[in-house]
Design a protein around this ligand. Structure first.
Ligand SMILES: *[C@@H]1O[C@H](CO)[C@@H](O)[C@H](O)[C@H]1NC(C)=O
Ligand SMILES: *[C@@H]1O[C@H](CO)[C@@H](O)[C@H](O)[C@H]1NC(C)=O
Ligand SMILES: *[C@@H]1O[C@H](CO)[C@@H](O)[C@H](O)[C@H]1NC(C)=O
Length: 365
């Protein structure tokens, strides 16, 4: 009982201490107290642990190094260092289980999963437990949690990591509504991309994406973005927006897909060539130029991030024929910027070709 009274004292004191809490601190969570294993940490009462991040979100690009800020301190300041445990975990943007990223006790650090070789704590000053992630992947986005645990106290903040990118609808060569969820994932990967998240599709819709075919998103829902309501796309009665069919059956149901690609290291270019090429010739022509035939996601990234503009139809790796327009003009498709598609012509047809050359020693694709 004495124990319990002491705990209440800690709790009350902390609740009042909370008022001065900085904006992005999440306040105090005391569930550990009530699961207390009686390890004698009670003497710690009266000291508050603060954990804070100066940013609630970090927005950067593929291949970059990201720093997710997080630091902690004690109030009043402690004279002797304490054995504090720091844990970073990650909730993928597309949903899925929360995963450990890094755990540190004193100077010992352990890292996990796909982040194993790529993360460390910044430790620039006392209490700096900012997470540094090297060489961001397209699928590293999501919500990161920085948690500091000191005996009884357990404080945390979350930081969202997003990537600048481009969302594009994708339909495979065998036509509309052919992809199960796992085939949709594969289709995006084959185009140098990943399944888009809802937030990414929503941003693309705000930027004007309008697409009348429903596609899978990373969370297993099926949605489509409409900026201009019209009869064949749900009718005139519905407001513009991202329309959702909700979660669909991942094996039984088939749709198109929305993929997400980000900026590239390397270059996409239209291959200068004396004559036009069939599909097999196009593949070889890029190889002869020390490059590869470009993927759909690479062409979209070049269009979005380098303003690529070329009014010549060209083969891409999936056997589709497209071209990127940044400055709309006559005879180059509709009067809005975009990547135009001719679908999947017969491989013997003659077109130009878009190639992709990775920067030397690039590890980003
Ligand atoms: C990321 O950090 C590593 C190691 O500190 C460095 O070698 C690399 O150049 C950095 N990359 C970028 C894109 O800044
Ligand atoms: C995330 O992307 C990296 C690099 O593109 C890949 O190696 C890894 O398998 C992907 N992870 C998941 C969970 O898809
Ligand atoms: C493309 O042309 C080459 C001859 O240059 C021919 O051997 C090849 O079969 C053609 N490929 C297709 C898919 O038509």
């Amino acid at each position: 009982m004495a124990n319990r009274r002491l705990l209440m004292a800690v709790l009350l004191q902390s609740l009042f201490g909370c008022q001065a809490a900085p904006r992005f601190s999440n306040g105090f969570l005391y569930h550990d107290i009530f699961n207390n294993n009686g390890n004698g940490e009670i003497s710690f009462s009266g000291v508050q642990l603060h954990v804070e991040s100066e940013q609630t979100s970090v927005f950067t690009s593929r291949g970059a190094n990201a720093t997710l800020p997080c630091h902690y301190w004690y109030q009043p300041a402690l004279s002797a260092p304490r054995r504090t445990r720091v844990k970073w975990s990650w909730q993928p943007a597309g949903g899925g289980h929360e995963m450990d990223v890094l755990v540190a006790i004193g100077n010992r650090q352990r890292t996990f999963g796909g982040f194993r070789e790529r993360v460390h704590l910044r430790q620039m000053s006392a209490g700096d437990v900012s997470l540094v992630i090297l060489g961001l992947h397209l699928n590293d986005t999501g919500r990161f949690r920085c948690e500091v645990i000191d005996g009884l106290e357990d404080e945390r903040v979350t930081i969202d990591l997003g990537l600048r990118g481009v969302v594009f609808p994708y339909q495979p060569h065998h036509g509309r509504y052919q992809l199960s969820f796992s085939k949709a994932q594969e289709a995006c990967e084959e185009q140098g991309a990943v399944l888009a998240t809802f937030d990414q599709l929503y941003t693309a819709w705000e930027e004007g994406l309008d697409w009348c075919n429903a596609g899978w998103l990373a969370d297993g829902t099926v949605q489509y973005p409409i900026t201009l309501p019209r009869v064949p796309c749900g009718g005139l009665g519905l407001a513009p927006g991202v329309r959702s069919y909700g979660a669909r059956h991942r094996h039984l149901h088939r749709y198109d897909v929305f993929c997400f690609s980000s900026s590239l290291k390397g270059e996409v270019y239209y291959l200068p060539h004396p004559h036009r090429l069939n599909f097999t010739e196009a593949i070889h022509a890029c190889q002869d130029d020390g490059a590869h035939i470009a993927k759909v996601g690479q062409l979209y990234a070049a269009w979005k991030f380098t303003g690529m503009d070329r009014c010549d139809s060209g083969w891409l790796a999936d056997g589709s024929v497209r071209y990127p327009i940044t400055y709309p003009r006559l005879n180059c498709g509709p009067l809005v910027p975009g990547v135009r598609s001719f679908g999947f012509p017969a491989p013997r047809h003659k077109h130009g070709v878009y190639c992709y050359r990775a920067e030397q020693a690039s590890t980003c694709l």
